[in-house]
Design a protein around this ligand. Structure first.
Ligand code: 3BY
Ligand code: FES
Ligand code: FE
Length: 422
């Protein structure tokens, strides 16, 4: 705990924090930023983990990161290590990465390939479906292997996206409907024939909600994101209250071409406050993808895509992901909280699996815009956290025209939290 955390500890238990949290959320003025403890209190952070990150569906990665049998990656949801692995039938399975013997981590690398899952401690061995195959020769005679498989988590895939849920039961809400739509919108990209080209991991000294809030508005873009604004148009969708006529004309012109190619683009949103949303937005006139000069990033378009000017299909999944799918590459973002004031943001760039590094694409060129943007957003998020930790902070009003995405996010957070707390 740092000094700020200590100053803000007001609760002796997580349960008390949850009660205080429910009170703050019920009384919060709508359209205002939250009270400080919701951004910096370690007990309230525990509540966020228990009620949101350990109960809701989370984005963890893409199926093309683990194309073959035995390929796996690991991910940490707070202090819960999770293992995502492809089995012999091509299914993606997720497990708690903890051994049924005495709890050791099983896979200790970030990603890799295995024939079976072997615990490094006493070599208990599981198959790719989590069944215990081998527990040495030292167990009692009545030991029943069938009772000691790995503990699965819920796991669903659609359109190449992998989601897990660590809860006792997986919330349904509109999630399956979102997945069906996601599958349809992702069809042109043929994710199974893409590959991970670049990955970045960024550590931010800011509460995870500040990271999301920052992403949900472009009020800060003109002052902070010169590289991104070479290609990105600030409007959120065609219904954005700020969208001027020349943007709407540009959109109509591009959308006609997308329709001709059968490329989905219309805004699809799920949940009363857009917990999930998908929309394709054009990029600036004359630019193709989010590179510094707006020109293509790879010589090979993804999937069945012919038109290089496909704009960017933005996919939002609360609480932890936003994404930009373009003609020759796509970028996925994953947010995972570490503590009340620490968050890890992972960004991954994917290209066609046959695109050759150094020939068809230059990884430095591919990553440049979002490396710069992420770094700028990190600074903004960290400054936001420092100001919120001050005794001088009080919740301030959001702009309804510029910051409606933030309002939606906090409404989703607040509604979900209150639903779970009751
Ligand atoms: O994710 C995005 O593209 C942008 C960047 C800044 C605001 N957000 C909607
Ligand atoms: Fe895994 Fe002992 S803890 S084999
Ligand atoms: Fe930003």
């Amino acid at each position: 705990m740092n000094q700020h955390d200590l100053l803000n500890v007001r609760h002796t238990s997580v349960d008390e924090a949850k009660a205080a949290m429910a009170d703050l959320l019920e009384k919060r003025p709508s359209n205002h930023s939250l009270d400080a403890p919701l951004y910096n209190d370690p007990h309230m952070f525990r509540a966020d983990m228990e009620e949101i990150f350990q109960k809701e569906w989370l984005f963890v990665g893409m199926t093309s990161e683990i194309p073959k049998k035995g390929d796996y990656f690991t991910v940490e949801v707070g202090q819960n290590p999770v293992l995502v692995v492809r089995d012999g039938e091509g299914n993606v399975n997720a497990f708690h990465n903890t051994c049924s013997h005495r709890g050791s981590l099983i896979c200790t690398e970030h990603r890799g390939k295995v024939a079976n899952l072997v615990c490094p401690y006493h070599q208990w061995t599981y198959d790719l479906k989590g069944n215990l195959l081998f527990a040495g020769t030292e167990m009692n005679k009545d030991f029943d292997k069938a009772q000691h498989g790995m503990k699965p988590t819920f796991c669903k895939t659609a359109g190449g996206f992998i989601f897990v849920c660590l809860g006792k039961k997986a919330p349904n809400d509109e999630f399956d409907e979102f997945l069906e739509t996601l599958k349809h919108y992702m069809e042109p990209y043929d994710v199974e024939n893409t590959k991970l080209a670049v990955e970045s991991t960024m550590y931010e000294r800011a509460n995870w909600k500040l990271v999301l809030e920052n992403n949900r508005e472009c009020y800060h873009c003109s002052a902070s994101h010169p590289e991104l604004l070479n290609t990105l148009l600030e409007w959120d969708d065609t219904e954005d209250p700020r969208a001027p006529q020349d943007f709407l004309d540009h959109y109509a012109e591009q959308a006609a071409k997308w329709d001709a190619e059968g490329i989905p683009h219309k805004l699809a949103s799920f949940g009363s406050v857009q917990r999930n949303r998908i929309v394709r937005m054009p990029l600036k006139k004359g630019t193709k993808v989010m590179t510094i000069d707006g020109d293509k990033a790879s010589n090979k378009n993804l999937g069945r895509i012919k038109n290089a000017e496909l704009g960017s299909m933005r996919i939002l999944h609360l609480p932890n992901s936003w994404n930009h799918m373009q003609s020759d590459h796509f970028i996925v973002f994953r947010v995972l909280p570490v503590s009340a004031q620490e968050t890890i943001v992972t960004t991954k760039w994917f290209v066609h699996k046959d695109a050759v590094e150094g020939v068809d694409y230059d990884p430095e060129n591919l990553r440049k815009v979002w490396d710069a943007t992420n770094e700028q957003d990190k600074v903004l998020g960290e400054r936001n956290q420092l100001g919120i930790n001050s005794i001088g902070y009080r919740p301030g009003p959001y702009s309804e025209t510029f910051e409606f995405g933030v309002i939606n996010f906090l409404n989703w957070y607040s509604d979900t939290m209150l639903k779970h707390l009751k």
